[in-house]
Design a protein around this ligand. Structure first.
Ligand SMILES: C[S@@+](CC[C@H](N)C(=O)[O-])C[C@H]1O[C@@H](n2cnc3c(N)ncnc32)[C@H](O)[C@@H]1O
Length: 277
């Protein structure tokens, strides 16, 4: 486990092939160090010392397959993750909605909190007409999309939902609270739909005025990153906006496509729109 040259380790590469072919998880899109950390954690859990034995166990055990797939997808998220970015995004959404119908894509949306944050913002800001805003949340993982559609979240010591919702003027309007359980209200859910989508393998579902694709690039490899930026570029309307995670960067080969609007906050605009303006 954890050898320095993983690509030369036959046990490791065979295991990745099995995961890709039998479990349909595109290991080739992720970086080896990330995959090894996740796989090794499962191996420790199952008290298995080498990749070959883990491969045998995996093929024979449907529960382990599910557990591995879950651990390979990192789903950490929150409402209004990185509040400073959301302050700037509020302005972007207000500007876009002033000119009519606004289509927004929360790509790699995890349990939906990013998509619902957008819908809450649309209701919270007097300059925005929520009936003009249409939000699509997509993710590769069907179980997380089921949770997203449900729109029910549980507060805990490590998941302070009230604090997460503090960028809103009146958060109580958008959630029904029952103890630690928070249910997103119907007026918020009505603006959002969810569907399964793989950002590496599939074309964008439609064209969007604003795309959020945040905190996915941190654990995928360079080729997949490039493929995703191409997908995102082709999803943007001519003057459309893109935002990525605060610790993420656009690969040099794709930089010409996106013009920085708020570089520090990772907000960009489709530079293809320049020729139309
Ligand atoms: C860390 S979460 C980010 C959630 C949210 N965007 C945020 O910033 O809080 C990353 C999400 O990417 C999803 N994901 C991983 N690979 C993907 C792919 N190829 N296509 C679409 N979603 C993917 C995972 O299932 C996970 O829910």
């Amino acid at each position: 486990m954890g050898s320095s040259d993983l690509s030369a380790d036959e046990g490791f590469t065979d295991l990745l092939e099995i995961i890709e072919e039998s479990l349909s998880f595109a290991t080739s899109s992720y970086n080896n160090a990330y995959l090894d950390r996740r796989i090794s954690a499962r191996m420790r859990r199952r008290r298995v010392d080498d990749y070959e034995s883990y491969q045998a166990l995996l093929l024979d055990d449907a529960e382990e397959q599910t557990a591995l797939l879950n651990s390979l997808s990192v789903n950490v998220t929150s409402f209004f993750r990185n509040p400073k970015m959301w302050e700037a995004l509020r302005e972007v959404l207000a500007e876009l909605s002033a000119s009519g119908r606004t289509r927004v894509w929360s790509a790699a949306c995890s349990d939906g909190r990013e998509a619902y944050s957008l819908a809450m913002l649309a209701h919270d800001d007097d300059r925005i007409d929520p009936s003009n805003v249409e939000i699509l949340g997509t993710d590769i993982k069907p179980t997380i999309l089921t949770a997203a559609r449900r729109g029910e979240y549980r507060a805990s010591e490590t998941n302070d939902l009230l604090d997460q919702l503090s960028p809103l003027d009146d958060h109580e309007r958008y959630i029904e609270r029952d103890g630690d359980s928070f249910q997103v209200t119907d007026e918020v859910r009505d603006l959002v739909s969810f569907q399964k989508h793989d950002l590496v393998q599939e074309e964008p579902p439609q064209t969007f005025d604003l795309v959020l694709c945040r905190n996915l690039f941190i654990y995928i490899n360079t080729d997949a990153k490039q493929a995703i930026f191409e997908t995102l570029g082709s999803a943007l309307a001519p003057d459309g906006y893109l935002t990525i995670g605060m610790t993420e960067t656009i690969p040099p080969s794709c930089r010409g496509r996106f013009e920085p609007v708020e570089k520090r906050l990772r907000i960009y605009r489709n530079s293809a729109g320049d020729s139309n303006s």
